[in-house]
Design a protein around this ligand. Structure first.
Ligand SMILES: Nc1ncnc2c1ncn2[C@@H]1O[C@H](COP(=O)(O)OP(=O)(O)OP(=O)(O)O)[C@@H](O)[C@H]1O
Length: 540
């Protein structure tokens, strides 16, 4: 056993030694292997390092190169980007424009479609009409011939009617003027104005009567002033007057105009017509003659224009002109001229005996192509007179105003011509010198007024006795004795129709003047003036 143990120990030692040798061997080979690996790795690491360094160099070179190119690229890209942005906004703009024009086109299309539909429907109806007309062409042609014939007949009838109208117009003119002549070529109307609101209570009304007011309206009675007889009896006599017409205080300007409208017609028919207002200051002359809108002048003008148009359908054309003058202190003044020239500029009266025509030389003669023009003219005359009034107080009451409207007519169908004048005269106040108690300049004015009014009376009286002079000789007519009568020479007398308005105040205080005026008017009314003749009614 021991030996075995020893053997075993030896074996074990041997094995141990063997194992230690193996281990050492293995350790050595391990160490070699590790060293080999280390060396290999070291080598490989060196290689790798070298490679890395090389690469790194290459990269840094590359990076440097790349860095430079990148900046350039960036700048280029920025430029490209802004170019692109600009292009984009341009494109957006263009797109908007396109969109808008598209919208327009779309709405135009809708409109065109509507129009096309309307045209199509019109075309359809035209086609239907053509079909209808074609189908009825024969009936249509008959109807057309019939219509043509009827139209020819109507035209013939119209021509006959026009001819008849023309003849009737000539007859009307003749009859109208015959009636005027039968009424007398000088007529007198009396107008009593109403009492005015500003009359005081102490102003009592005169006792005026209108006995036939419900009938013909031609009479007026006035209770005269009271007189005391030797026995002490107080009496007052009633004065009765009769004229062609008496208008009481309630009559309007329109009622008065109705009576004189026919005289205005005569002026259009080629007669010289003279309408004048006579009476004391404040008796209503201007109210009657020139009240704006409804006085005799504005109404006469309106009637003339109406008639002018009516007569145009009968072939008549009229040319109207106007002069407006005043006679103040026996001096003629142009109321249509410069107010500064009043009483300074010398005006001359010219008579054309062949045409019985009077013109005032150096005074404006205005063509009157519309009623408005006449109203403008009247307004400027009133203005001029009021300018003068500041110099010599109440000028309009102290002068005679004469509006001369000339009417020249020609008938293009018959060749007839006529020339008439309408004189509208507002006389100065007629109060007597002894009653007015004035002196100085006013006395001179009053004397001049009275002289011209008395000349007017003389002229009318002389006209009344014309033809009844000794040996049938024409009586002398003293036209030249005053500016007023000389101016109105062809409008007072044989060739003219005259209407005098005697204006009367209704107040007791004015009774004396009222009676004087009415007596003067009675003389005029009792005058018979010969037959009026139309002016130069000739055929070409
Ligand atoms: N028929 C009438 N109806 C109402 N008022 C009237 C009438 N007539 C005259 N008048 C008034 O009487 C006053 C005097 O009238 P108007 O100025 O016409 O008198 P006249 O005679 O022209 O005076 P003058 O000689 O001073 O110019 C005015 O206030 C006017 O309005």
């Amino acid at each position: 056993m021991e030996r075995q143990l020893e053997a075993l120990e030896r074996d074990l030692d041997a094995a141990r030694r063997q194992a230690e040798q193996d281990l050492e061997r293995q350790r050595k080979s391990g160490r070699d292997a590790v060293e080999e690996i280390d060396a290999k790795w070291e080598k490989e690491m060196d290689h790798a390092r070298r490679e890395w360094r090389q690469r790194e160099n290459e990269w840094s070179t590359q990076r440097e190169r790349l860095g430079k190119g990148h900046d350039e690229d960036l700048a280029r890209q920025e430029t490209e980007k802004s170019l692109l942005r600009a292009q984009v906004s341009q494109l957006e703009l263009a797109l908007d424009n396109e969109r808008r024009s598209m919208e327009q086109l779309r709405s135009r299309l809708v409109h065109e479609q509507d129009a096309r539909e309307a045209l199509e429907s019109a075309q359809c109806s035209q086609r239907a009409k053509i079909d209808f007309l074609e189908s009825n062409s024969q009936a249509q042609s008959h109807a057309f011939t019939d219509m043509q014939r009827r139209m020819d007949e109507a035209l013939e009838q119209a021509a006959e009617c026009e001819e008849k109208l023309r003849k009737e117009e000539a007859v009307r003119r003749k009859l109208h003027n015959l009636v005027q002549e039968l009424k007398g070529n000088i007529r007198v109307f009396c107008r009593v104005r109403p009492a005015l609101e500003n009359h005081g209570v102490e102003d009592s009304a005169a006792k005026l009567g209108f006995p036939d007011v419900e009938a013909e309206g031609k009479e007026l009675t006035v209770l005269g002033p009271e007189t005391k007889s030797a026995l002490g009896n107080v009496t007052a006599s009633t004065h009765a007057f009769s004229f062609d017409k008496v208008f009481g205080p309630v009559a309007s300007n329109s009622d008065v105009f109705d009576e004189i409208a026919q005289l205005v017609q005569s002026a259009l028919d080629g007669y010289n017509v003279c309408i004048f207002c006579y009476g004391q200051t404040g008796s209503g002359k201007t109210f009657t003659m020139s009240s704006p809108g409804d006085g005799m002048i504005p109404r006469a003008v309106a009637q003339i224009w109406e008639e002018k148009e009516r007569l145009a359908s009968k072939g008549w054309t009229y040319e109207l002109t106007g002069q407006f003058v005043e006679v103040y202190n026996e001096t003629l003044n142009d109321l249509l001229g410069n107010p500064e020239d009043l009483d300074k500029k010398k005006l001359e009266i010219r008579h054309d005996a062949a045409r019985s025509r009077t013109t005032v030389e150096n005074a404006n003669e205005e063509p009157l192509d519309s009623p408005d023009r006449v109203h403008e003219m009247l307004a400027s005359a009133v203005k001029n007179r009021s300018v003068a009034a500041t110099k010599s107080n109440e000028r309009s009451s102290r002068s005679h105003s004469v509006f001369m409207l000339r009417l020249k007519g020609v008938n293009s169908q018959t060749g007839e011509r006529c020339e008439g004048v309408l004189n509208l005269v507002d006389l100065a106040g007629s109060e007597r010198v002894k009653n007015s108690g004035v002196e100085g300049a006013r006395l001179k004015e009053t004397q001049n007024i009275n002289r011209s009014l008395s000349c007017l009376g003389d002229v009318i009286a002389a006209l009344g006795s014309q033809g009844s002079g000794k040996d049938g000789k024409e009586a002398f007519i003293p036209y030249r004795n005053s500016k007023l009568t000389y101016l109105l020479q062809y409008s007072l007398g044989g060739n003219s129709k005259t209407l005098m308005f005697v204006m009367v105040s209704p107040m007791q205080d004015h009774l004396g003047e009222t009676l004087t005026s009415l007596k003067f008017a009675t003389k005029v009314h009792n005058t018979h003036i010969g037959t009026a003749r139309k002016q130069s009614k000739i055929k070409d």
